[in-house]
Design a binder for this molecule. Structure first.
Ligand code: MN
Length: 448
């Protein structure tokens, strides 16, 4: 069974020596982010960090919980070998929620004049960011016409004591909810759950269809229905075990300056006027822990959180068509999905090229690489070795011109000439190729 809340996950990490408590005073402006960036850049060796002494605040901050693949697999209590199967099996057994009267998330209720976002140490991350950001909240809302639900992670700048920016243009599901509400001249109710169980956060990254409640996937991971409570001021239900809930209403036809923000591309997106919400209530645990998440230059929480959901979905799509697919990996370098590496065994000539065309077309990757299944696709040294020794550039690369633009790509041209690239790094099908130089008995050497 998956971790039932954030604290169970933290306890597990601490027990394994993978959570470091920082008792030195840290400033939420850049300093927390500096610690998180340093840990993030340590890759799989980077610990989660619990900031116990945040300057000017009583609330503790935790981060680095989804900053690398090792910790992400632990959050889902799975391994690289089993992650796809576990994820796909959960999608087949979605679970409705159970409504309970009260949960840890509303032990303390703040309404009216007691609402003050500045009482919480939301970090300011990158140097030119427009202010502090809520980065790993589960933002929950309903379609104002049919009540269909959505739960996902969006970019939310804390604008002042009672207002939070919202970046979610359509076709993002929240953006569609807001657009419909605006057309009806109504505010859109929204609740942001912070510090949920890891499985709830991971469930938000499921590419579910419009109107499908992503939180039902959290129930599937928990193997029991997820407990939810009713909000205080909006007609929404939120995970009962969350640390902090922010309730509010997105005002129709009003905009507020938002940004810049160091995005998942590793570059800033410029400031502009965007929709925002007015906070109508904040509820939290007695001693809440604020969850922080890095974005910016890969690889950070923002990239790692999406890897397993995207890999599982892409694996399922490819496997229907190509029997020899063995692994799919979205490398952090592609921001969120722009670099895709696939390992396969070919059963027909040029099958790898068919896979490349699928990745560049249906999947929307900018750089796709297909290798033989002897290559560990999470080890870029091995992937690049395959590219360097099995590829003839004039024969094995594929550049598709005039493709759909990746909006945030800083290298994108102004016209419609956006192009994408595939590399077939498999050995030529049905032809003899040099034998790989291996050492016998490596698998018999004891662990050290
Ligand atoms: Mn959705």
């Amino acid at each position: 069974m998956a971790f039932k809340d954030l604290r169970a996950f933290l306890a597990s990490l601490e027990e394994k020596g993978q959570l470091v408590r920082i008792d030195a005073e840290v400033d939420p402006v850049h300093e927390i982010a500096a610690y998180l960036r340093k840990s993030t850049d340590m890759g799989d060796k980077g610990p989660a960090l619990l900031f116990e002494n945040v300057k000017g605040h009583k609330v503790q901050v935790v981060g680095g919980l989804y900053a690398n693949r090792r910790v992400m697999l632990q959050a889902l209590e799975t391994t690289d070998d089993e992650a796809n199967a576990k994820y796909l099996a959960a999608i087949d057994k979605l679970k409705e929620h159970t409504l309970v009267d009260k949960g840890p998330c509303n032990e303390v209720v703040l309404l009216g004049d007691d609402i003050d976002l500045s009482a919480f140490p939301f970090p300011t991350y990158c140097e030119l960011d427009g202010g502090p950001y809520v980065t790993l909240g589960v933002s929950i809302s309903k379609d104002p016409e049919d009540g269909g639900k959505n739960a996902s992670i969006y970019r939310h700048q804390v604008l002042d004591k009672r207002r939070i920016g919202v970046l979610s243009p359509p076709p993002h599901h929240l953006g569609i909810h807001y657009k419909k509400a605006e057309a009806l001249g109504q505010p859109l109710e929204i609740a942001i759950a912070l510090g949920t169980a890891p499985c709830a956060l991971i469930a938000t990254q499921w590419e579910a269809g419009y109107g499908v409640d992503e939180m039902m996937l959290a129930g599937a991971f928990l193997d029991e229905s997820m407990e939810v409570v009713k909000c205080q001021t909006v007609d929404l239900e939120v995970p009962a075990s969350a640390e902090i809930i922010i309730e509010g209403k997105m005002i129709p036809d009003e905009r507020h300056h938002e940004g810049p923000f160091g995005e998942y591309t590793g570059y800033y997106t410029r400031a502009s006027d965007k929709p925002f919400l007015e906070v109508t209530a904040i509820t939290h645990r007695q001693d809440p822990i604020l969850l922080a998440g890095m974005s910016g230059v890969p690889t950070t929480d923002n990239h790692v959180l999406k890897m397993i959901p995207m890999e599982a979905s892409c694996f399922a799509m490819l496997k229907k068509k190509f029997a020899g697919i063995s692994r799919v990996h979205f490398h952090g370098s592609g921001g969120v999905g722009l670099t895709c590496i696939v390992a396969m065994r070919q059963f027909a000539k040029n099958e790898a090229r068919q896979v490349l065309a699928t990745l560049l077309g249906a999947q929307g990757s900018k750089l796709a690489i297909v290798v033989d299944d002897d290559i560990d696709i999470q080890d870029m040294d091995k992937v690049m070795w395959a590219v360097c020794t099995r590829v003839r550039p004039d024969r094995d690369t594929m550049i598709l011109p005039k493709m759909t633009l990746w909006q945030l790509d800083p290298s994108a041209p102004d016209d419609d000439s956006y192009s994408v690239m595939g590399i077939d790094a498999t050995r030529p099908f049905g032809e003899d190729f040099e034998k790989v130089a291996t050492v016998p008995g490596v698998d018999k050497v004891p662990d050290f």
